[in-house]
Design a protein around this ligand. Structure first.
Ligand code: ATP
Length: 248
């Protein structure tokens, strides 16, 4: 459903994404695993189109040159240079790294902001769904985003992304900085959302252990290049993956 071909992204002369080919099958969960600076966020920005906004801003202030080569197709359409807002309308929704919750807005307001593209009926239905999948948010409806814990903020960030009616959900390091208990809970929730809604999901993580079991297919990213790919079991049983990501 989403296909990335020969993608290269440069910041000035430094290469951040080096000739990547990735396929995200419809209704499945795809994982991207890599260490710090491997290129995970750049990839997410390039798929969601935010990189084009960053590029424009940099050009306006005479800053660094950002170059994107290759192509990305979504449902058969080339979206490589489509504006991020257009991509959002097509259903490509990014849940960014470090959550970016509106700190002064309440949980409910954050969710409603996420639903700006939804019809009233969709927003109502999705809001109910978000509280079903994350019941912990029910009693936090009126709490300001800035007063939520890291885990609660992440539930809210995923909930807010769901409110935007995604067909393709991009989750950039959703487990970052969370406790093992919260990691396990969120990994389960992400799996359940995919099973129950069929939303195609791409998830990037530095720490593969909690996520590897819930993916259908995954890629290992190193220095901007995809060095290995396989299904959940193949990656979990791969000796290099074991030593790099499981400390075995
Ligand atoms: P992290 O886990 O730290 O978020 P990441 O895998 O998401 O890492 P990216 O943030 O995509 O990696 O970075 C990929 C490479 O691009 C790194 O070498 C990084 O230093 C570089 N990079 C990222 N953003 C910029 C920028 N705005 N200008 C210049 N170089 C950048």
């Amino acid at each position: 459903m989403l296909e990335i071909k020969n993608l290269m992204v440069f910041y000035e002369n430094a290469i951040a994404i080096n000739n990547i080919n990735i396929k995200c099958q419809g209704e499945k969960v795809t994982g991207i695993f890599g260490a710090n600076s491997a290129g995970k966020s750049t990839l997410m920005y390039t798929i969601s189109g935010i990189i084009l906004d960053v590029k424009k801003k940099e050009e306006m202030k005479g800053g660094e040159r950002i170059t994107v080569l290759g192509n990305i197709t979504f449902e058969g359409m080339d979206i490589t240079f489509m504006k991020p807002s257009e991509r959002a309308k097509k259903g490509i929704v990014l849940c960014p790294e470090r959550r970016r919750i509106f700190a002064e807005s309440s949980t409910l307001e954050n969710l409603k902001i996420g639903g700006y593209l939804a019809t009233k009926a969709q927003a109502k239905k999705t809001l109910e769904y978000v509280f079903t999948i994350f019941p912990a948010l029910i009693n936090l409806k009126r709490r300001e985003g800035g007063f939520l814990s890291g885990g609660e903020q992440q539930m809210l960030a995923i909930g807010r992304a769901l409110m935007a009616q995604p067909k393709m959900l991009l989750l950039d390091e959703p487990l970052l900085g969370l406790s093992p208990l919260m990691e396990a809970m969120l990994a389960r929730a992400i799996r359940d959302i995919n099973r129950q809604t069929g939303i195609t999901t791409l998830i990037s993580e530095q720490y593969a252990r909690p996520i590897l079991p819930i993916i259908h297919h995954g890629y290992i990213l190193e220095n901007g290049g995809a060095v290995l790919e396989g299904n959940s079991r193949e990656l979990m049983e791969n000796p290099d993956v074991k030593s790099a990501y499981f400390g075995l």
